[in-house]
Ligand binder design. Structure first.
Ligand code: PNS
Length: 165
């Protein structure tokens, strides 16, 4: 199969940190795409809890699958990154109506920047519909229970970073 005929999707985000809703979505890409590139945004100005390198390494250890899924970092426009990796589709998760307006704006702007780019929205498993990286960090910092919501290695990293057992 040539690079042009492969259905390549980019799943972009901050992933600070990755949670089970993200993992669920990556799994849902399997029957739809020949390859998925998880693209971690370089967003140091947002003061992420985990550095870009930590996020790429953590996610790679959980999802990298040679020939099917790889993890890369990116900065600049998403559509330019997609051109570099030969992707036609952006995958985004839609959880609730509150996600819709932001996602709709991004999808239309990305299409305006590159009309060949399609955005594919996917709905995660119901158990994860309320989950966000922001809530994961907040609940963890305040002592809440997160097992079943974030992968074990991410929970371990949170313990190291936030200093809670
Ligand atoms: O998980 P997030 O933080 O909601 O992901 C947002 C992300 C990374 C998809 C978005 O910020 C993005 O694509 N940034 C790259 C810059 C860009 O292309 N901006 C124009 C998008 S319309």
């Amino acid at each position: 199969m040539t690079r042009r005929s492969r259905r390549i999707a980019v799943y972009p985000g901050s992933f600070d940190p990755l949670h089970n809703g993200h993992l669920d979505l990556i799994g849902r890409c399997r029957p739809m795409f020949d390859e998925v590139v998880v693209a971690v945004l370089r967003n140091e100005e947002k003061r992420p809890l985990f550095s870009l390198e930590e996020r790429v390494e953590m996610i790679s250890s959980l999802v990298a699958d040679p020939g099917w899924c790889r993890v890369e970092s990116f900065s600049g426009l998403l559509v330019d990154f997609m051109d570099r990796v030969g992707a036609q589709a952006v995958v985004r998760g839609l959880r609730a109506v509150s996600d819709f307006e932001y996602e709709f704006q991004m999808a239309l702007m990305n299409r305006r920047l590159n009309p060949r780019v399609e955005t594919v929205f996917m709905v995660p498993r119901e158990d994860y519909i309320y989950l966000s990286s922001r809530l994961v960090k907040e609940v963890f910092a305040l002592g809440g229970e997160l097992s079943g919501l974030v992968p074990g290695p991410v929970l371990e990293r949170l313990r190291e970073r936030v200093g809670r057992r």
